[in-house]
Design a protein around this ligand. Structure first.
Ligand SMILES: [Zn+2]
Length: 134
């Protein structure tokens, strides 16, 4: 895989703070990263994990990457509409999950069959996301 030579004036991150759970692809500006992550709610757009959570598939802490929706080799551009947040596993295609988002009907059906502990965890997460008054 060759990503092409660095263009003159292009900024390349050579070092990252080790405690940063979010890993970025080279060549994406800090502003664009922030926009993509904010739009995606700092959540993997395939499996729904967030940075710092333990990935049940790997047993390791989740790190977020920015992935292309349309691959670079297919002409996908580095722009907001073609980028999304993905965890390491999904970014490497390690998880067999479709790109389609779950419907609210399906989600509710899953929450209904979950145990009370799990339902409480969902409730807490929603409160955290939307606020108790939302
Ligand atoms: Zn994922």
């Amino acid at each position: 895989m060759t990503a092409g030579a660095t263009k003159p004036g292009q900024y390349v991150l050579t070092e990252e703070p080790p405690e940063n759970p979010i890993k970025f692809e080279r060549g994406i500006s800090a502003k664009l990263r922030a926009e993509v992550l904010d739009r995606n709610g700092f959540t993997c757009q395939m499996c729904g994990l967030t940075p710092g959570e333990i990935d049940p598939a790997t047993g390791r802490k989740v790190r977020l990457h920015l992935g292309h929706i349309k691959d670079k080799s297919l002409g996908g551009k580095i722009e907001l509409s073609n980028l999304r947040a993905l965890c390491s596993s999904c970014n490497q295609g390690a998880k067999n999950i479709t790109g389609e988002k779950p419907t609210s009907i399906w989600l509710l059906s899953q929450v209904r069959r979950a145990g009370q502990e799990e339902q409480r965890a969902v409730l807490n997460w929603l409160f955290k996301k939307f606020g108790a008054d939302g």
